[in-house]
Design a protein around this ligand. Structure first.
Ligand code: PR8
Length: 468
């Protein structure tokens, strides 16, 4: 695709996912088809979270006094907070923030809940809307001012060790989640100057978009005891002493759906992996005047069989040319199309067409095997989409030895470029400024030799790219 931005906007519109014409910048409307994908994405995620975490729901408004308590945190968000200052005609005594994220909404309550070590760990999540007055260029799903799908997990632990382990739990859940959606990613530890405000460190997932820039699609933060100290989250240990709790939080957003669209779409528009597709199969009966009853009897039966076997299927019986229907369902990204015409009835066959690669196959229609055939095809589609997306991320990840190569590669090819780095903040910021790039983060690796920028001893592999 030549112009990703334009393509992305067209897909949202043509696949009927979102309407971006809402009269507030950075806020859009979820249309039924988009909402259904969102719902399927969320249930995939929540199924994973539910194994160890419990769902909660906190209020959207946060008193200024609580938001302001954690100095570093509030500094990080001060330019992005929306404020409610009036109730009806009256000015409020204390202004209330629309949550930009929920640490300062949840942690005063955690302070009340945690008394002794028996109250720990706490592991909860919520899926809510959050508000961030973004000043960078807004784009639907990618950078919004109302994040409508903010899934945030918050945990509290007795020891540093447990919090470390929870970071790994969070990373593993997100890995599994992205794998199920066939979304590729690179994981790195964000540099000091780009970690979550108030955290000890941030681990982030980045996907390379079709235009070569990377999108941060999820983050896992170790909060240490910073917030516990600010909000007085203490517990009595076995020995009767009071200790501050160790915390983590992790989250992802609407961006995951942007990543899903970007990872799999093609020139014809949307391609959705079967796991989250509103319809996994669309049946198109090819009807002529004299055979309508016969064909529809057949396709109704086919629809019923697939449905009872747990496949999300729909039949398009509208009085339109088949070609027009094919075009529409292709744009909507339905993974598999089944066409049934009078000839197929005679031969007792159906035609299947894959959305991802256009492959057309004739399958014998036999009630016992049609389900297996369709399930097998959906499976292959999932695997092939994943393979294709993973290959793209891999092919677009380059390793270089000099800063000159780094600059050239980023500018010419985009993607993620890796190199040896010392890890020093001054050196990192200098590199970002000089070359107009972003340091995504570091990966621990056995590195030997010099830092590409300053020539000092290299300690890490650094991931560099242009970002959204
Ligand atoms: C936290 N607190 O808040 P985070 N539009 C779309 N997606 C966004 C936007 C935006 N304007 N800003 C961030 N995201 C922690 C963890 C509770 C949960 C997405 O962390 O500020 C990004 O993908 O890193 C980001 O990784 C995720 O929300 C979590 O936001």
């Amino acid at each position: 695709m030549k112009n990703f931005s334009e393509w992305f906007h067209n897909v949202l519109e043509e696949a009927e996912l979102m309407d971006a014409r809402y009269p507030i910048k950075g806020m859009s409307v979820w249309l039924p088809r988009g909402f259904q994908i969102r719902k399927n994405v969320l249930s995939t995620l929540e199924e994973l979270l539910d194994e160890e975490h419990e769902e909660v729901l906190f209020p959207m408004l946060i008193p200024e006094s609580e938001l302001a308590k954690e100095a570093i945190h509030v500094k990080g968000f001060e330019e992005e907070v929306y404020w409610v200052t009036r109730g009806g005609l009256r000015d409020l005594n204390e202004q209330l923030a629309l949550r930009p994220t929920s640490e300062t909404s949840m942690y005063p309550m955690f302070s009340l809940w945690v008394r002794s070590h028996i109250d720990l760990p706490i592991k909860v999540y919520q899926t809510v809307n959050t508000f961030r007055y973004e000043t960078k260029h807004t784009r639907p799903l990618i950078r919004v001012r109302e994040i409508t799908t903010f899934n945030e997990t918050h945990t509290v632990h007795a020891t540093q060790q447990e919090a470390e382990e929870e970071v790994q739990v969070g990373i593993n859940i997100y890995k599994e989640f992205f794998d199920e959606l066939a979304i590729p990613y690179s994981i790195s530890k964000r540099p000091e100057w780009d970690k979550f405000p108030g955290s000890k460190y941030t681990m982030a997932f980045d996907m390379i978009m079709p235009d070569g820039k990377t999108l941060q699609i999820g983050t896992v933060h170790n909060l240490g005891t910073t917030f516990a100290k600010t909000f007085d989250i203490k517990f009595e240990n076995d020995g009767g002493e009071h200790e501050y709790a160790h915390q983590t939080c992790y989250g992802l957003s609407d961006r995951v759906i942007a990543a899903l669209i970007a990872a799999h779409g093609d020139e014809k528009g949307l391609v959705i992996p079967p796991q989250v597709a509103p319809e996994q199969v669309i049946i198109i009966p090819i009807i002529f005047k004299d055979n309508a009853d016969e064909v529809l009897k057949f396709t109704d039966n086919l629809e019923e069989i697939l449905k009872t076997n747990g496949i999300r299927v729909k039949q398009d019986k509208r009085d339109l040319r088949p070609g027009k229907k094919y075009y529409e369902w292709e744009k909507r990204g339905v993974p598999l199309r089944i066409e049934v015409g009078p000839k197929d009835l005679e031969n007792n066959k159906v035609v299947t067409i894959r959305r991802d690669n256009g492959k057309k196959e004739f399958t014998d229609y036999d009630e016992a095997t049609i389900v297996d055939t369709v399930k097998g095809l959906l499976n292959s589609i999932t695997m092939d989409l994943k393979q294709r997306a993973d290959n793209f991320q891999e092919e677009k990840t380059y390793s270089v030895n000099t800063v000159d190569q780094l600059k050239k590669t980023i500018n010419k090819k985009g993607g993620i470029v890796t190199a040896n780095w010392c890890g020093d903040s001054e050196c990192g910021k200098d590199m970002e400024e000089k070359y107009g790039i972003d340091i995504l983060g570091t990966q621990d690796a056995d590195v030997e030799g010099e830092c590409v920028n300053c020539g000092g001893d290299a300690n890490y592999k650094v991931l560099v790219s242009k970002t959204y």
